[in-house]
Ligand binder design. Structure first.
Ligand SMILES: Nc1ncnc2c1ncn2[C@@H]1O[C@H](COP(=O)(O)OP(=O)(O)O)[C@@H](O)[C@H]1O
Ligand SMILES: [Mg+2]
Length: 457
C-alpha cells in the first residue's frame, strides 16, 4: 500500500473519467492502466483514467465521477493505492454527535469543539459531523455537516465514512436500542468506531479487577452495596464516597464520614449549596439516603475515601486527558489540576473549584520533588489506559481519567471518562495541549482508517 498527498480538482465533463498527472500515475503505479476503481469511504465506482501532462500530484475528477462518488470538495487530500487497481481518496471521517440544536449551533454547547475539530481536520481529510438521524442505511449515505473555509456549516451527502469518532452527548440515548443497532451496523460494515460508549463507573472498576497491576490504583469499591456493606466500609475506612455509577459532574455524590464518638456525617451538594448533616446513628444516615434516592440507590457504588493532597485546606485532584496517537500508543496529552471549592465534595469547577496547572499544584505540595511525582502519575495513567483498553475489548482512542494523589504520594483512579469534557483546555497555560488533543484525535482517525504512512508507524 502506498500513500500520496495530491491535489483534487473538479472538471465539467459529464463522463466518468479521471485525469491523472504523470508524477501521480507513477507514484500510484498506474502507468499503462486504463481503468481503476475509485473509492471514497465505503463506496467505490469504476472509472476510466487518462494521463495528463502536469507537474506535481494532481487528480482531475469529471462531474460524472465527482457526483457518483460524492467527493465533498476539491483541494489537498490523501490517495491510498489498494490492491486490484483500486485507489482510495480520504480518509472520510465522521464525527457522530447530536443536538439539542439552537439557532446557529446545530450541536448545542459542543458546536465550538466540533468546529475546531472540523477546521483542523480539513487539512488532512474529508471530515464532517453528523447525527444518528442523518444516516441513510439503505442508500449507505450520510447527510453530513462540513465546515466551509468561511467557518459555516454546509450540508453534503457522502458515502458511509472510513472511521467514526463517537461524541454522542446523551448517556441515556446511547443505551437505547436505536443507538445499539447503529453501533452494530458500523461494526458489521467494519467501520472503526471509537469510543464505543460512555463508561459506567462500576463497569470500569470491574474491568480493572481483572488486572492486578492496574487494580491497585482503584480504591476499594462495591457496587449496589447492602446496608451491611456500607456499615463495614464506614467502620473500616471511616471515610467513603457514595456515588451514582452512571453519574457525572459530581451530581448525586456524597462524602460520608464516621467519627466513632461523634456519629456519621454526610456532605453533599443541594440546590447549588454545600450541605453538611450529622446523624447520631447509622440507620438515620441510611434513612436520609433512601428518602432522597429510593430505588436509585441500586445504581450507587461505595468507595473508600482517599485523603487527597491539599492546597489551603482544599483537596486537589487531576484530570489526565489521554489520547491514542497515530501509532496507536497511549499518550498523556493534557493535565489539569483541580482544587475543590471550600466545603465541596468534589473538585468540579461548577462546584466552586479552581483549575491550576499540574506544575503549580504539585510544586506547592511537593516542592522540588513535584516533577518526579508527576512522572509517576503519568506512567500510571498510561498503564491504566492500556489495561482498560485490553479489558474493554472495543476501540478506545481517548480517555479522561480523574486521578488523585494522597498524602503518602500514592496515586488513585476515581473515574475514567470515555467522552471527556474539554474545560481544562480553557486554562491559558493549557491551550497548546487543547490543540494537541484535537491533533491526536485526527491522527488516530488516520491510523484507524489506515491512512498512515508505514514509515511513520
Ligand atoms: N474515593 C474518593 N476519595 C476521594 N475523593 C473522591 C473519591 N471519589 C470521588 N472523589 C472526588 O469527587 C470527584 C468526582 O468524582 P468522580 O468519581 O469523578 O464522579 P463524577 O462522575 O461525578 O465526576 C473526584 O474528582 C474527586 O475529587
Ligand atoms: Mg469525574
Amino acid at each position: 500500500m502506498s500513500l500520496t498527498f495530491c491535489n483534487v480538482h473538479f472538471t465539467k465533463q459529464p463522463q466518468r473519467v479521471v485525469y491523472v498527472s504523470g508524477a501521480l500515475m507513477k507514484s500510484l503505479k498506474l502507468t499503462g492502466k486504463k481503468n481503476i476503481r475509485l473509492r471514497l469511504g465505503k463506496d467505490a465506482i469504476p472509472t476510466m483514467i487518462k494521463p495528463i501532462k502536469r507537474a506535481g500530484n494532481h487528480l482531475f475528477l469529471a462531474t460524472g465521477v465527482k457526483s457518483a462518488i460524492k467527493v465533498p470538495k476539491s483541494g489537498g487530500i490523501y490517495l491510498r493505492n489498494l490492491q486490484n487497481d483500486e485507489v482510495q481518496l480520504g480518509p472520510l471521517v465522521g464525527v457522530l454527535t447530536d443536538g439539542p440544536a439552537s439557532s446557529n449551533q446545530p450541536f448545542g454547547s459542543r458546536t465550538g469543539f466540533i468546529k475546531q475539530l472540523l477546521r483542523e481536520g480539513s487539512n488532512k481529510c474529508y471530515i464532517f459531523a453528523f447525527m444518528p438521524r442523518d444516516i441513510n442505511w439503505q442508500q449507505e449515505q450520510v447527510y453530513g455537516y462540513f465546515l466551509t473555509a468561511g467557518g459555516k456549516f454546509e450540508r453534503k451527502m457522502v458515502p458511509l465514512p472510513d472511521v467514526v469518532y463517537n461524541r454522542l452527548p446523551s448517556r441515556r440515548a446511547e443505551t437505547s436500542p436505536y443507538i445499539n443497532q447503529l453501533r452494530e451496523r458500523f461494526m458489521r460494515k467494519k467501520i472503526p468506531y471509537f469510543n464505543w460508549s460512555f463508561f459506567n463507573k462500576s463497569d470500569i472498576y470491574r474491568l480493572l479487577e481483572n488486572d492486578g497491576a492496574a487494580n491497585r490504583y482503584v480504591p476499594e469499591t462495591h457496587s449496589n452495596p447492602s446496608s451491611e456493606k456500607m456499615r463495614e466500609m464506614l467502620d473500616h475506612h471511616h471515610f467513603v464516597y457514595y456515588k451514582p455509577s452512571a453519574g457525572s459532574l459530581g451530581h448525586g455524590i456524597y462524602r460520608l464520614t464516621y467519627l466513632p464518638k461523634k456519629g456519621y456525617f454526610a456532605r453533599y451538594r443541594k440546590g447549588g449549596k454545600n450541605v453538611l448533616l450529622r446523624f447520631t446513628t447509622f440507620e438515620s444516615l441510611m434513612r436520609m439516603l433512601r428518602s432522597r434516592h429510593g430505588q436509585g440507590l441500586q445504581n450507587y457504588i461505595v468507595q473508600q475515601g482517599i485523603r487527597l493532597i491539599e492546597i489551603e485546606g482544599c483537596p486537589i485532584d487531576f484530570r489526565f486527558h489521554m489520547h491514542k496517537n497515530g501509532s496507536n500508543q497511549w499518550i498523556v496529552v493534557g493535565i489539569g489540576a483541580k482544587k475543590a471549592g471550600r466545603g465541596s465534595v468534589t473538585t468540579h469547577l461548577k462546584n466552586g473549584g479552581a483549575l491550576l496547572t499540574p506544575g503549580q499544584a504539585l510544586g506547592r505540595v511537593f516542592g522540588g520533588r513535584a516533577d518526579e511525582v508527576l512522572q509517576r502519575a503519568k506512567s500510571t495513567a498510561i498503564k491504566l489506559a492500556e489495561s482498560l483498553e485490553i479489558q474493554h475489548r472495543h476501540l478506545l482512542g481517548e480517555i479522561g481519567f480523574d486521578l488523585g494523589i494522597d498524602q503518602d504520594e500514592d496515586i488513585w483512579m476515581f473515574e475514567a471518562n470515555a467522552k471527556p469534557g474539554r474545560s481544562i483546555f480553557r486554562h491559558p497555560s493549557l491551550r497548546a495541549e487543547g490543540k494537541a488533543s484535537i491533533e491526536h484525535i485526527l491522527e488516530h482517525c488516520l491510523y484507524l482508517s489506515k491512512f498512515r504512512r508505514r514509515d511513520e508507524m
